[in-house]
Ligand binder design. Structure first.
Ligand code: ATP
Length: 413
């Protein structure tokens, strides 16, 4: 690719925001002034060449990235979060939400499969060689007269054009089996194919290392898949590569009939969360025992565990609730996370669930605890009973105005 073509992409405001372009120019100028070669890499280059808007600004330098970060803060302001051990720093750019990842070029060696690698400062070429796929192993140089030069020692551009996800060496998935999930994610996102020699490396040895990964690392990969637009389709591919059973023998396939529900429309004013919705739909039809095993294996937070458990319990309990009065529904649903109720509604289309979400949960009697006290009732459990009874009367249509409520209240005192 000619430098001019790269520069044209670089100056396209639909791909790189003008503010990001300026930022990269500032970084380039600073790096050039201290003779430090400096590059954008990884997803930035991949998405730019695909003509897609870039997301993260990952900048690699052949030199001390923390030092460059200090100089940038001195000159332009903002804040630096350095990690001296890795020679990396986050630059929180002033007056913006933008964060730039400044990284010292490094090489990596894996002392054991599946554990995190040992890193040493090195050249950009070595840094590209430690990466997952050819399409992620390109760099564009930023400093001085080199601005716009594409570095592509592993032919990433050709794979990008042909739509191939290809590892850089045969031990790649054994070194780090999370890359298998990443490969499937790129397939699904860009409509690419895992190249055939790479696919054959998803073998028994790599899968064994994958099975031993921590719950946190595996969940992180599944979270990222659930963030994707095509998550259900990607999970189908994950299942067909037999990855799920390696995570846990009881791990189910994602039910493709639920695919459309991950995308939440937010008309009901429920705080949306794609990942929680995804896991609830995924595990909804499992037994309580299996849910327990899986939330442990994947190291779910308490909140996520509760949401997933509640959705499956509710779905299973629906037949018992069918035909109940609104007050019985409300009483049963009140302790469950709203999002779990909504997930079950999407799957089961039981109208009572929607009525609860949009109406019933908001119904309250006019009478309050304070009002009961003013009437001389001694505080105690009776308060709760009276208020619950009044609420139920409203919900079930027994009363429909304040006068009727007072009449009912007085009949109970
Ligand atoms: P995405 O759009 O999915 O976020 P990305 O390329 O920005 O893609 P990151 O997870 O932010 O992905 O990683 C940044 C870069 O770091 C990647 O482009 C890749 O070069 C490298 N990388 C990330 N994870 C790995 C890994 N497990 N093994 C090797 N290289 C990796």
């Amino acid at each position: 690719m000619q430098k001019d073509d790269v520069l044209r992409l670089f100056h396209n405001p639909d791909l790189i925001l003008p503010m990001q372009q300026n930022l990269l120019a500032d970084i380039a100028a600073q790096a050039a002034s201290v003779n430090m070669p400096c590059y954008v890499v990884g997803g930035f280059v991949r998405d730019l060449l695909l003509g897609r808007p870039v997301k993260d600004l990952d900048v690699i330098v052949e030199g001390d990235a923390v030092k460059l970060g200090d100089q940038l803060v001195k000159k332009y302001g903002g804040k630096l979060t350095p990690h001296f051990k890795f020679g990396t720093a986050f630059w929180h750019v002033p007056d913006s939400e933008q964060i730039v990842d400044l990284i010292t070029a490094r090489s990596e060696t894996y002392e054991r499969s599946g554990v995190l690698p040992v890193v040493t400062p090195s050249t950009i070429e070595d840094d590209l060689r430690r990466r997952d796929f050819t399409i992620n192993a390109m760099a564009i140089r930023l400093d001085g007269e080199h601005f716009g030069e594409l570095l592509d020692p592993l032919n990433g551009r050709s794979d990008l054009e042909h739509g191939f996800v290809r590892v850089l060496h045969d031990r790649s998935f054994v070194d780090d089996p999370t890359r298998i999930f990443r490969a499937v994610r790129y397939e699904g996102r860009y409509g690419f194919k895992i190249e055939s020699a790479t696919l054959s490396l998803v073998n028994a040895e790599a899968l064994e290392v994958l099975a031993a990964l921590s719950g946190e690392r595996l969940r992180n990969e599944l979270d990222l898949i659930l963030d994707e637009k095509n998550s259900a389709r990607i999970l189908f591919r994950v299942a067909s590569l037999e990855l799920l059973k390696r995570i846990h023998p009881h791990m189910p396939e994602f039910d493709q009939r639920y695919a459309g529900f991950i995308e939440m429309d937010n008309r009901l004013d429920i705080p949306a969360d794609r990942r929680t919705m995804g896991y609830m739909l995924w595990f909804m039809d499992l037994s309580e025992e299996d849910i327990f095993l899986l939330v442990n294996r994947l190291d779910f937070s308490n909140e996520m565990s509760l949401a997933v458990w509640a959705a499956s319990q509710l779905k299973r309990g629906l037949p018992h609730l069918m035909g109940s009065t609104p007050s019985v529904w409300t009483y049963a649903l009140e302790k469950l996370p709203l999002l779990s109720i909504y997930a079950v509604y999407l799957v089961a289309r039981e109208d009572a669930l929607l009525s609860y979400i949009s109406l019933w949960r908001h119904v309250k009697p006019h009478t309050t605890g304070k009002a009961l006290k003013a009437r001389g009732l001694v505080p105690g459990p009776r308060y709760g009973e009276i208020l619950t009874r009044l609420r139920a009367a409203w919900l079930d249509g027994e009363i429909s105005d304040k006068v009727q409520e007072i009449r009912l209240l007085e009949s109970m005192l």
